[in-house]
Design a binder for this molecule. Structure first.
Ligand SMILES: C[S@@+](CC[C@H](N)C(=O)[O-])C[C@H]1O[C@@H](n2cnc3c(N)ncnc32)[C@H](O)[C@@H]1O
Length: 260
């Protein structure tokens, strides 16, 4: 199990930008059908889970996450019908059936998506809905550099061979569409969207990835090694990103909605 390096403050530095895809995903749900039992997988600090709970008028919404730091914030939002628990996404099948399985920016951390989506389908009621959003910026400099560094001998040794593999986990958009069809979903929408983020400077890009992809390296390395990694990462990234002010940060994401 990875160390808990999620930090709600760091993650929420770009709350507006990070929330946009959540609202796009929520808009894809058919909230006119009865959604009594809902789960938000990788719910983070729970603020968006609460928005979802209210929007779909769920009787019971669960937010599952494995980060203590995130859950500590989320628990403060618990109310009648809205619950948070320390649970990993992969254990979904132990929690009965849901009318809606929702996940914003979390499933990319899980391996074996064909198996995972199979388990998600098995955890849905008949006519149940699945709504998933994941970042898909694997061909952007931030991710390419992370993969490259994780495969360099020095870092590979310190990472004990655990290279950064998110790009290997995820399927192409048409792969998800085909998987949903094969799993028996009768309706689906699979979209790719590029979110146009205008940052003050490229320093913001470093700050952005510190709240997301670099948490992986932070969880695997000692604090001293992570500090060195960050310095090297920043220097190399700045050789690739222009010193523009404002800095345009295009961010590709996949939005998936399907109904059984
Ligand atoms: C990028 S944050 C997204 C949080 C929230 N969904 C949002 O949109 O603000 C990803 C969250 O997924 C959680 N996470 C990652 N892998 C997980 C797993 N296997 N099981 C449960 N939670 C996981 C992390 O702890 C983190 O809180």
């Amino acid at each position: 199990m990875r160390k808990d390096t999620w930090n709600p403050q760091q993650y929420h530095k770009f709350l507006n930008e990070r929330s946009l895809p959540f609202f796009d995903l929520m808009d894809m749900i058919d909230s006119k059908s009865s959604l009594r039992r809902v789960v938000d997988l990788g719910c983070g600090a729970g603020d968006l889970t609460e928005v979802l709970h209210q929007k779909v008028h769920a009787q019971e919404t669960w937010g599952f996450d494995t980060s203590e730091a995130m859950l500590e914030k989320a628990q403060k939002l618990s109310s009648e019908g809205l619950h948070f628990a320390k649970e990993s996404i992969e254990n979904i099948r132990q929690h009965g059936k849901f009318d809606l399985i929702f996940s914003n920016a979390a499933l990319q951390w899980c391996e074996n998506h064909p198996k995972l989506f199979h388990d998600l389908k098995d955890s849905l009621q008949p006519q149940g809905q699945l709504a998933v959003q994941m970042p898909m910026n694997h061909d952007y400099a931030t991710h390419l550099l992370a993969v490259r560094m994780s495969e360099e001998n020095h870092w590979k040794n310190l990472l004990q061979g655990n290279s950064y593999r998110q790009h290997l986990t995820m399927l192409p958009p048409e792969g998800y569409a085909t998987l949903l069809f094969k799993l028996g979903f009768k309706e689906q929408k699979v979209l790719q969207r590029i979110y146009a983020h205008v940052m003050t400077s490229r320093e913001d890009v470093i700050s952005w990835v510190q709240g997301s992809l670099l948490t992986y390296f932070q969880s695997q390395l000692s604090p001293e090694d992570f500090a060195t990694f960050l310095t090297e990462y920043r220097e190399s990234l700045f050789q690739e990103l222009p010193d523009d002010k404002p800095f345009f940060y295009p961010f590709k994401r996949i939005l998936i909605w399907a109904r059984l």
